[in-house]
Design a protein around this ligand. Sequence first.
Ligand SMILES: Cc1cc2nc3c(=O)[nH]c(=O)nc-3n(C[C@H](O)[C@H](O)[C@H](O)COP(=O)(O)OP(=O)(O)OC[C@H]3O[C@@H](n4cnc5c(N)ncnc54)[C@H](O)[C@@H]3O)c2cc1C
Length: 594
Amino acid sequence: ANSTNTTSIKKNAALLGFDYDYIVIGGGTAGLVMASRLSETARVAVIEAGGYYEVDNGNYSTVPGLALASPFLSTAEDYPANPKMDWGFLSASQPHASDRIIHYPQGKTLGGSSALNTMAYHRGTKGAYQLWADLVADQSYTFSNLLKYFQKSSHFTAPNLTKRNTPNATVQYDATAFDNALGGPLQVSYSNYVDTTATWMARALQSIGLPESTVGFNSGVLSGFGAWITMTIDPVNATRSSSQTSYLEHVANHKNLDVLSHTNVTRILIDPFSKTAFGVEIVRQNGAVNFLVANEEVILSAGAFGSPRLLMLSGIGPADVLKEHRIPVFSNLPGVGQNLWDQVLVPVETGVNTPSGAQVEANPVTNAEAINEYLKDAAGPYSSPGAYIAFEKIPQELRSNFSSEAQSALAWFPSDWPEVEYVGGSTVNSDGVSQGVCTAVLVAPLSRGNVTIVSSNFADQPVIDMGWFSHPADREVAVAAIKRCREALASKEVASVVTGPEVVPGASIQTDDEILAFAEAVATPIFHAAGTCAMGKKGDPNAVVDTQGRVFGVNSLRVVDSSIFPIAIPGHPQSSVYMLAEKIADDIKSSTCS
Ligand SMILES: Cc1cc2nc3c(=O)[nH]c(=O)nc-3n(C[C@H](O)[C@H](O)[C@H](O)COP(=O)(O)OP(=O)(O)OC[C@H]3O[C@@H](n4cnc5c(N)ncnc54)[C@H](O)[C@@H]3O)c2cc1C
């Protein structure tokens, strides 16, 4: 590209009506917030590689109880591909996870990963956002300063006690963590069903010192507590609330928002002399290539893997990588694609004699009733992806065995940042018998991964290396977390329902080495990748964008999505993605108004 090109591309785009104030790349979770908010006052195009998930994935994407049932969500290397919904990213072989190659699903549809996720909604801890604010030297990132953006994005509905109707699953919450007067589009409510086995798993977790929080998980406190958490479910018909059903529908009548679906952005156009982003190269479904122009800014919201990939393909990233692939370097930013935070999960399962939602669905007669109940009343097992969730730092009895290296590495995290999340739920075995499940998730991971390109061609998939268990502390925490799940399931409070020997990992796995080998063999992602275009102070080794998402070294280009998190907030990230996009949309609108 040269500036003559820039001028002629701009002229042509103006003639064809292909010019906008803002172009948003990626109609996913953050992208649709940006497009929706910016189109309140400006002309915006949002470009999304996928289409409508209601068409491409039907019930799997809309019915909460089927949230994890889409076959393509398998993380096995030979997963059944669904290129209409998922990017099909594969990891590099993971040396500390039995050399496995992992399929890492990422939404390719309007709504992005908010159309695939398991709908858990909660916020991180006050200490985590304080750490974020301190790392980026911007106190607007403390929890108290961010609260208005969490609130601006969400609409809270209290649990429907008649429909929920399960003993021992009464929800405690703090309604003041929300402010419906702000008109937030994202629906946040509770499942209209709780399976009996999950209530026993909650009891098991409470028995090991994780009582139910009296305020829930939206007020900045997680560690030491459990909760029946809020979910992104529309309470009226118990369907998924995604960025598409919330933000995009919210502005469906905005004449100045163009949605280009089934369209890939293959490159960001950057003027080489002024180092200014002025548009994008797109490839439509029929193969046609067009250039669109942004007179104000290009906003990249292509997700934790898609955003660093597109920056590198456009000449922004580590100079050595770009040169290797003969990509002209517009901004040498070594942090692009680095600092990948990923949380892994490992399960413990045992047979139980209690009923579960999975059991209801596995039996054709009860399944027909459950479908009817869902369609008629928006209730029953299909209305719920839910489970009981609890967070803790590994307690002293177990952490006193940690190596001094692990103890000092873990001391980096704030005191209220939990090390493990436990998800208490249920599944069913091939004989139709319920299994109680305690899943442990490492939410203070110290291993870091990266994502990189293998060529200058958009058609070549990037390579993701999650780096799982590469830090020794993560290995020690995984072993301790599995022991805690075992302790919960062996507690006398649940002895009356637990039947037979443990199913997973199984009684033969006992020593720390055996437990670690088990964790490495079965660990999967919980799909919370973040941090690959990290926000930071100019000059910090990993910093790619400033605290308003502006890319260092290139004008008129921002990144706004989970890739700019400097740290992965403990637990489930979607609330923070919506919050962050609301915050930066506000920054943009207030700077253009003043
Ligand atoms: C299976 C799964 C379960 C999860 N469960 C939970 C949960 O229960 N709770 C929770 O809080 N979080 C959960 N998450 C994580 C959460 O959903 C994500 O962190 C969040 O949605 C990421 O938002 P984003 O805007 O960064 O990216 P995305 O929402 O993934 O958006 C990126 C968008 O950009 C598009 N795109 C990318 N490249 C291009 C290109 N070149 N051209 C055009 N379009 C492009 C993509 O198609 C996509 O639509 C889950 C994620 C997954 C995948």
